[in-house]
Design a protein around this ligand. Structure first.
Ligand SMILES: [Zn+2]
Length: 369
């Protein structure tokens, strides 16, 4: 059924295709060709930017051969840099890059396993319900492809995103809501030696604000961080501008709201205290989600894991993925561990055995007895 050497060859081909975010056209064309050669239909939606190298999401429908639930699998086509000229190296059953690039297993291992499933279904060796495969673009730069998806014409029972670190068996049942803040403090410039009393230091305002903020781990569901601070021109000028970039995350939207209000209050109070101004831009890159082990989408995959000898592990994530977007569109989804590790670094690796395990799980998920 799962053909290990076909799967590994396919994975190697995929990681060699350069596909950073918003430049996925070459790999999108490869996927469409692969699917069409199997006799299935693939199309690209309008999520691209219009640039010749930027593609839409690739959407594949495989009609069921039997009555059964409709399953959607999702992986993303883009990778982080450095990803030019990836040279996969296999050692002791583990695939790595040569060391000067990421491997791109995030998320091409998910992509490869979904294509392997398509090959297996094309061979007509299993009876299965309807299956959709979606390969999204621009995931790494803000889940843009997933946000652009229109799924209103599809009736989907279970959605599984293949894009989590950790061994196969990992089921990410929750991920946080996130708020991001672009904060600009505005003071008044003055000569620091001759007329400091004429100035209002934007840097002082920013540091008072940050000093007032509860940051780091707020509680077991909530975190906050100031990630960037910049401003000022020279040691002898009272700075008139300071820019701060911050974020807060929580599994609980009410706790996020409280933390966001607290951080914004700190900024306003600090600015007011010294007569500066503050301009705060707050936006939500994605909503969170929270499932329990009793939710059908979770229970279904747990049962199928046990059926193929995989031990399910329910986990909470601290980060966002396409899964957040599907859930906020009202499509109940969880993120599954693909088996890769050290993603977004040149030490990223992918055990072949995990890729095979995941492919077996996908077959089990779509199979109708
Ligand atoms: Zn990913």
């Amino acid at each position: 059924m799962v053909d290990e050497s076909r799967l590994v060859r396919l994975f190697e081909t995929l990681v060699r295709i350069y596909s950073p975010s918003r430049k996925e056209q070459v790999i999108a064309d490869y996927i469409k060709g692969y699917i069409e050669a199997l006799g299935f239909l693939a199309y690209e939606d309008e999520a691209g930017t219009g640039d010749v190298l930027s593609s839409g999401n690739v959407i594949v429908t495989i009609p069921g051969t039997a009555e059964g639930p409709c399953i959607l699998f999702v992986s993303h086509l883009d990778t982080v840099e450095p990803a030019k000229d990836v040279e996969p190296v296999i050692e002791n059953g583990v695939i790595r890059s040569k060391g000067d690039t990421v491997l791109g297993a995030d998320d091409k291992a998910g992509v490869a396993v979904m294509l392997e499933l398509a090959s297996i279904l094309a061979s007509k060796s299993v009876l299965h319900g309807p299956v959709h495969l979606i390969f999204t673009v621009a995931e790494e730069v803000g889940l843009e492809g997933a946000k652009a998806l229109d799924l209103s014409d599809k009736k989907i029972d279970y959605t599984y995103v293949l894009d989590a670190s950790g061994k196969v068996g990992t089921i990410v049942i929750s991920a946080p809501y996130q708020d991001s803040f672009e904060i600009e403090f505005k003071g008044r410039a003055a000569h620091a030696g001759m007329a400091p009393e004429m100035g209002i230091s934007a840097i002082v305002a920013a540091s008072k604000a940050i000093g007032c903020m509860k940051l780091g781990r707020i509680d077991d569901e909530t975190t906050a961080n100031v990630g960037v601070i910049e401003g000022g021109k020279a040691g002898n000028i009272v700075p008139d501008k300071a820019r701060v970039v911050a974020e807060a995350r929580s599994l609980d939207v009410n706790k996020l709201e409280a933390q966001a209000q607290h951080m914004m209050e700190c900024c306003k109070a600090a600015a007011k205290e010294i007569g500066a101004k503050v301009d705060i831009k707050r936006y939500r890159p994605y909503d969170g989600y929270l499932h329990t082990g009793d939710d059908p989408v979770v229970k279904n995959v747990m049962d199928k894991m046990l059926a193929v000898g995989i031990t399910p592990r329910l986990e909470k994530s601290g980060g966002g993925s396409d899964t957040n977007v599907f859930n906020s569109k009202g499509i109940s989804a969880v993120n599954l561990g693909v088996g890769y590790d050290h993603v977004h670094t040149t030490d990223e690796y992918m055990p072949i055995s995990e890729m095979v395990k995941l492919a077996n799980l996908l077959v089990e998920l779509v199979k109708v007895k």
